[in-house]
Design a protein around this ligand. Sequence first.
Ligand SMILES: *[C@@H]1O[C@H](CO)[C@@H](O)[C@H](O)[C@H]1NC(C)=O
Ligand SMILES: [Zn+2]
Length: 324
Amino acid sequence: MAPFATLYSAVTLAVFAQQAVAWGNLGHETVGYVAQNFLAPKALAFVQSSLGTTYSKSLGVAATWADTVKYETAYKWSAGLHFVDANADNPPTSCSVQETRDCDGGLCILTAIANYTTRVAETSLSAAQRQEALKFLDHFLGDIGQPLHVENLKVGGNDIDATCSGTDTNLHAVTALDTGMLTKNVDANHGSEATTYATYLIGEITSGSYKSKTSSWLACTSPTETLSSKRENPPTIESDVGKLLAARATSATTITPLECPLVWAQESNAYDCSTVFPFTAGSDTCTGTYYSNAIPVIDLQLAKQGYRLAAWLNVIFDGATNLP
Ligand SMILES: *[C@@H]1O[C@H](CO)[C@@H](O)[C@H](O)[C@H]1NC(C)=O
Ligand SMILES: [Zn+2]
């Protein structure tokens, strides 16, 4: 963002405003409800006691907290943690994310996930601090699955007209996988409710079209890894979290970069090239092939991130993903 900030501050602000509503409440709640369903015993016990009745003991209810507080003075500092700007990419031609290049000043969604992973596990912190960490993880594991949270939006994106079901929204093209299309789909097919929609995705995970894919969701294998560049011992959620927590024990100040969240970011970012940006200027994003291509991606990203959130918390609290 930095290079554009002075010249195009109005546009930058508009982009931030759009990012602010990305996934929207519906998407985040869905991720939380999916995750809640797959928690292992200790993770579930922690979630329930930490969130308490304030959040109905539910990751679904608590998932939107981070978006609410970033507008409040006390939490303004956290607004920059919801995304990573993939600076060198140019969708739909080329897409890429790198942590050292793109994580502005070491503060972005990638380092935030590491920070709140160590904090949620840190028993010396207060219950309030650990609840904060849990709510951030609940939210950021959703955001990282959103293609537009891993994209440095071009100023030119402002000139692209797009509408959703006839409603003109400036910059709507850049929020293409966002609330407009998601809401339309959930209204039409899933009873207009995050809980109903989550139940559908959980069914696809446990016995439907996603069943055969879930183990690959938990394998932290980069989408850009080819057969020849495949690492012999690719990271797993267990190794990633394990290394982080072990490093924390020896040094409280440095944050070890995580490998799995980077892979998730690269996966989402690839959708900017394949699905988000290839559209006809001025066309309606909520009809036709653009919409029908996007809906399966939205379903998949929300299901995947909910499942990954459960796996992540299970590894932290139960020592293993406990998931197929
Ligand atoms: C880690 O989390 C704490 C508590 O929210 C926050 O004050 C701190 O800035 C975070 N640090 C990093 C490097 O993200
Ligand atoms: Zn967010």
